[in-house]
Design a binder for this molecule. Structure first.
Ligand code: IMP
Length: 429
């Protein structure tokens, strides 16, 4: 049962795509279990850059099965567009499977996402406007349309008829805007359904069989722990569960089937969208990190907010995920700073704490307490052996490991596949 869950340990954009791609090379199956095309994974192979939003990152390998699990919010237009691009680049889409239980994103979900954001004004969440929240709302409300319905023209008509009439009422009466024409939306999505039919199956069975056969299964997280609907910085979160527990539900496997939980940690912190961020640097250091780390969103192109590493936050995310190992990303971006800081505590209303508050009001008041480390100037990007890293970089990592009591098994020092230092193999057998 060799299986690894990859979770983002911060606010997403930790560089999961690269590690997923690296581990996919060793895996038989790559599974996505939550989120949708709000995610953006960049994989660099040679001098070519590939970006995925909905497709599991194993699609670049011809011999892996790639699963879009039941917990995913599935956008047929996004999916078909990515498949076209993939095939255009000479890869095959034949090794992709979509679970029939996954919920479908329709245009009205995207429109309501945008309108809802607009109506929040200053309080907006900063969503990707891909319709994720409204799609999951329908799922929770038990009125959603699933992939299994999409590929069945009769069922699709029945379900869509009801949904379009409800959504049109909302669009017209609440948002004062035009609704959808049922007939043309139906034709369009019936066609999409027929195109994706060949990919659709009960993926929970495939995943179970792979685990039973001792194949290597990689569960690919999108977003990050602090964007988890329950455990993140609510309401500035996404509408799914990008935490270790979310994989069990979103892929339809027992929690006891997960062997290793690998937390992807950026060597500093970033966040897109709004909400409190205690170690944010709104100065030239923050700007230097943004430029060096190319911290601009893969999905939206937005500039990411940047700041120092926050171990109060990581201690919390390590705990709620049960992390068993860490992959430290973008360490090369920290080269060239005279001093590097790590947050080891917060001061909130005059009191010191190492607990990450659930209340955003308290988190908004948290002043970071830093430990300062000497920086290093060497360019790390061509180093292949851990021992050759500057001693200051090793001391920085040793401190993180000790504070969290979790081993850093992988260190990433650049975007390329070969810029990955593996200290210990992730698959245990
Ligand atoms: P939604 O997922 O589009 O509803 O957006 C909700 C929040 O999650 C917003 O703050 C987004 O910026 C954030 N978010 C969604 N997907 C990602 C991601 O892949 N990386 C980082 N942030 C994300």
């Amino acid at each position: 049962m060799p299986s690894v869950v990859i979770v983002g340990a911060q606010w997403g954009d930790e560089g999961k795509g690269k590690i997923i791609d690296y581990l996919a090379g060793e895996s038989n199956m790559v599974v996505r279990a939550q989120g949708g095309n709000n995610a953006g994974h960049t994989v660099i192979v040679g001098d070519k850059k590939y970006t995925f939003h909905l497709l599991p990152s194993g699609v670049l390998y011809r011999d892996k099965l790639n699963i879009i699990g039941n917990g995913v919010a599935f956008d047929p237009e996004g999916f078909l567009g990515e498949v076209e691009k993939l095939e255009g680049n000479g890869f095959s889409a034949d090794n992709i499977r979509i679970d029939e239980r996954a919920h479908v994103i329709f245009p009205y979900h995207k429109q309501i996402d945008a309108l809802e954001e607009e109506s929040r004004g200053e309080e907006k969440i900063g969503t990707t406007q891909k319709g994720i929240g409204p799609c999951y709302m329908d799922k929770i409300q038990r009125s959603g349309i699933r992939v299994g319905d999409l590929i069945d023209p009769e069922l699709l008509w029945e379900r869509l008829k009801l949904q379009v009439s409800k959504k049109n009422e909302i669009l017209e009466k609440i948002y004062n805007t035009k609704g959808y024409n049922l007939e043309s939306l139906y034709q369009q999505y019936r066609e999409h359904g027929q195109k994706i039919k060949r990919f659709v199956t009960d993926t929970t069975k495939l995943t179970h069989e792979a685990l039973e056969a001792d194949e290597k299964v990689l569960f690919e997280g999108a977003q990050g722990t602090l964007l988890d609907l329950d455990l993140g910085t609510y309401p500035y979160v996404t509408s799914s569960h990008p935490t270790a527990g979310g994989f069990s539900v979103g892929a339809g496997i027992g929690p006891n089937k997960i062997e290793e939980i690998l937390g992807i940690v950026k060597a500093y912190t970033t966040r897109v969208g709004l909400g409190p961020f205690p170690t944010e640097l709104q100065d030239e250091t923050g700007e230097a990190i943004r430029q060096k780390g190319k911290e601009f969103g893969t999905t939206t192109g937005r500039a990411r907010r940047c700041g120092w590493l926050d171990l109060v936050m990581l201690k919390y995310t390590a705990r709620v995920n049960g992390l068993t190992a860490i992959s430290l990303m973008l360490l090369d971006v920290l080269s060239g700073f005279e001093d590097i800081k790590i947050c080891v505590g917060y001061e909130i209303e005059g009191e010191e704490t190492t607990d990450f508050p659930a209340s955003l009001k308290r988190l908004g008041k948290a002043k970071p307490l830093y430990k300062t480390f000497p920086g290093w100037s060497a360019d790390l990007s061509n180093i292949t052996d851990f021992q050759d890293l500057p001693k200051e970089a090793k001391a920085y990592m040793a401190f993180i490991e000790k504070y969290l009591d979790i081993p850093v098994k992988i260190v990433s020092i650049g975007p390329g596949r070969d810029q990955t230092i593996v200290r210990e193999e992730i698959y245990r057998k």
